[in-house]
Ligand binder design. Structure first.
Ligand code: SAM
Length: 282
């Protein structure tokens, strides 16, 4: 007779899962989130035909492919096209025109370190594509990374429908009609001109990324899941990845003010590296 399914999670098992989550994503799960943990992992137990969390923990410790699924399950991937219009307006009205004026002889480089299913990256693509069309010589490259392999694969596929599309169409009808191709039955994606300038890759923000490469780093709506100490660690990797004069944009419910970093606020949610400001003043 098979063992009956039992999704009871003991405090000790929960504590172990919290530890594993932190080690593999940097995310700190609060003590009162046990029910959430159970609901996110129940389908993993079923997928692996396991009858309880004791067996699941054993599997997790021995099977690296299950760790990938675990990370997919414990991360929160909510995102939107054209989320927080003021940051896209800041880029379009202030930062990119200034960057173009400075006469760089290379593509504008963007990195989003928690890009989820791609909506943020493709929005950046549409905003930058507007400049490419109106400024001969201007070009850009964008890379999106995320710790979850599932969302990276979805972003790479880049086909959207339903609420994501309805909300985007309302928030920015001009960008939508100019740069999205497709239809409501088969889904929508960004135009091939933007698509060829965008790539996605699995990467954990706590590991160093390319150094001194990027003019803009988007690290939005992910710092909220980290402790202050871990936020500082993640931001050190962002600092390293930015070029002199590079910009960091964070999420609407995040702030760097309690942290020790080398970033200085230049507009709401927008920061520059302190050294870059000093160089500008000199
Ligand atoms: C709420 S989404 C934010 C998406 C997008 N940046 C936005 O603001 O719309 C948070 C994303 O952070 C990712 N994430 C969590 N921990 C991470 C880590 N250590 N490294 C990279 N990405 C991580 C999650 O997988 C998730 O897709």
């Amino acid at each position: 007779m098979s063992t009956p399914f039992d999704d009871t999670l003991s405090d000790a098992q929960f504590a172990e899962l919290v530890k594993i989550t932190h080690k593999n994503t940097g995310i700190t799960i609060r003590e009162n989130r046990k029910t959430m943990m159970v609901s996110r992992l129940r389908s993993r137990l079923r997928a692996k035909s396991l009858s309880n969390f004791e067996s699941y923990l054993k599997l997790l410790k021995t099977d690296p492919t299950e760790m990938v699924e675990f990370v997919n399950a414990v991360t929160t991937n909510k995102t939107l096209f054209y989320r927080t219009p003021r940051i896209w307006k800041y880029l379009a009205d202030e930062f990119v025109p200034g960057w173009i004026k400075a006469g760089h002889n290379r593509p504008f480089q963007v990195w989003s370190g928690a890009s989820s299913t791609g909506e943020e990256i493709y929005t950046a693509g549409m905003v930058l594509e507007e400049f490419r069309l109106s400024h001969p010589g201007f070009d850009y490259r964008i890379v999106g990374t995320d710790v979850s392999e599932r969302v990276v694969a979805e972003a790479d596929r880049g086909i959207y429908s339903g609420r994501a599309i309805d909300m985007f169409r309302t928030a920015s009808p001009d960008l939508f009609s100019k740069h999205m191709v497709g239809d409501d039955s088969n889904g929508w994606s960004v135009s091939p001109d933007i698509r060829t300038r965008v790539r996605f890759k699995q990467h954990d923000i706590f590991k160093p990324f390319q150094s001194s490469q990027y003019d803009l780093s988007l690290l939005r709506n992910v710092l909220i899941y980290f402790t202050h100490e871990d936020q500082e660690r993640a931001l050190r990797n962002v600092e390293r990845a930015l070029r002199s004069g590079g910009l960091l944009i964070i999420g609407e419910s995040e702030t760097l003010s309690p942290l020790h970093t080398n970033f200085v606020a230049v507009a709401p949610l927008v920061y520059r590296h302190r050294n870059a400001l000093a160089e500008k003043a000199a």
